[in-house]
Design a protein around this ligand. Structure first.
Ligand code: HGY
Ligand code: MN
Ligand code: MN
Length: 411
């Protein structure tokens, strides 16, 4: 195995810039929601790079892209990758960096005529973000058999669109069965999206555990009434009850503490008029914890508070599950393989927990899996200000290269 081989930083940055042009927003940032025209264009560009690297490109029945570089032996591949869909107003690194690093690894191996025992598969999973269609990490969920193709195709988006129809419309409804290519191992490189590496002043992290995620849709129904004439004590105000519930989310996070997070990212009132007491509020809840028991407790506290509000505010509250993904401890052998690569590259290996969800936590159900993190400046993400330095991006990519080489030549 050639230790000198290194990734080409300039080319990696160039590809990140080129992909970030697709779905670029006037005010800055990127938007490539699943199966949108921008997502199609991002997929088309990614597939063109895969083909230029002489990879065999497969598209599966939920639109996952799996591009394979043959190995010397017909063995299960080492899989590298992430996602190219984004949140509504995104930075340029979330997801894209992981897919482009995987392509860079392949290009370096091709250029240096380095053969590996095992094939290497580059993957871009469908709908990791879950912003248009829930659940998030849908593509990897289907890949490991936790979501059927028919159930995925039937999903209706927040915008009323249908997952299957939109996938057909952009021409990415492939024929391969999700999960048909079972990896030997999966390594995902991703920006940290949090402040840990930045505060520790470290470029690279090795992720050993990833948070669990619970997404809920809460519908609060009260009574529309006149904002001027209705006495306060006669109101069944869905808007006020929503505000109390959102305030309670913060109490959940602070009272449970540790890695507990609680967020309301979306809310809509009906009839949504300045002088009408809202009859209805629909809001989303995002609960996270790397401790599965604590995550369940957080959800139970929310349900109890909803019951209280039904009595105190005279509203009815229904809670719909949108996503339940368990916390995951990654395979120590893959964590150590990444740690070994950081040592070979004289990089400090900071072992850490991921507060963000990633496709790796689903792939970990199918094969030994772990993640590499790269520092996010000020911990900012899901925001156009998301930034990682070229030096750190290069360091991370070289850790992926070394790890992929080690894993692709092992028994
Ligand atoms: O929500 C997440 O944690 C990821 O960015 N999809
Ligand atoms: Mn991501
Ligand atoms: Mn994200």
């Amino acid at each position: 195995m050639d230790k000198k081989v290194q990734i080409n930083r300039k080319r990696l940055i160039q590809r990140l810039d080129e992909l970030a042009q697709i779905g670029a927003l006037d005010g800055g940032g990127v938007s490539r929601l699943t199966f949108s025209d921008a997502d199609k264009a991002g997929r088309d560009l990614t597939v063109s790079w895969m083909k230029a690297l002489e990879l065999t490109v497969h598209i599966d029945q939920v639109g996952n892209l799996i591009a394979v570089r043959p190995g010397e032996e017909d063995l299960p591949p080492v899989m590298l990758g992430s996602h190219v869909d984004t949140v509504t107003v995104a930075g340029r690194f979330d997801g894209s960096y992981g897919v482009l690093c995987a392509l860079e690894v392949v290009q370096v191996l091709n250029e240096n005529n380095i053969a590996t025992r095992r094939p290497i598969a580059v993957v871009a999973f469908t709908n990791e973000e879950g912003v248009r269609y829930t659940p998030g990490m849908l593509g990897s969920m289907a890949y490991v058999g936790e979501l059927s193709v028919s159930d995925a195709r039937a999903i209706q988006g927040f915008d009323g669109s249908n997952f299957g129809e939109e996938m057909d419309r952009i021409g990415y409804a492939g024929s391969m069965e999700p999960g048909a290519i079972k990896p030997h191992a999966f390594v995902e490189i991703h920006i940290e999206q949090g402040p840990v590496l930045d505060q520790a002043d470290l470029p690279v992290g090795v992720v050993h555990t990833i948070t669990g995620i619970t997404w809920l849709e809460v519908t609060i129904t009260g009574t529309a009434n006149h904002a001027g004439t209705t006495p306060i004590n006669l109101r069944k105000d869905a808007g006020l009850a929503a505000a109390k519930l959102i305030e309670f989310l913060r109490d959940i996070a602070t009272s449970i503490g540790g890695q507990q997070r609680a967020t309301c990212g979306m809310i809509a009132f009906e009839p949504n008029a300045i002088n009408v007491i809202p009859s209805k509020a629909v809001l989303t809840v995002d609960l996270r914890n790397s401790d599965g028991q604590a995550l369940i407790a957080a959800e139970q506290r929310l349900q109890a508070r909803a019951k209280e509000l039904e009595t105190s505010d005279g509203v009815t509250i229904t809670i719909r599950d949108l996503e339940h993904v368990l916390p995951m401890k990654f395979d120590p052998l893959i964590v150590d393989a990444i740690g070994q690569s950081t040592k070979e590259l004289n990089l400090p290996a900071h072992r850490m927990v991921s507060g963000a969800g990633h496709d790796a936590q689903l792939l970990a159900k199918m094969c030994p899996t772990a993640m590499i993190f790269v520092r996010s400046r000020d911990g900012i993400s899901h925001n156009p200000a998301e930034l990682s330095s070229p030096e750190d991006l290069e360091k991370g990519a070289n850790v992926l290269l070394q790890t992929a080489l080690n894993l692709a030549n092992q028994d």
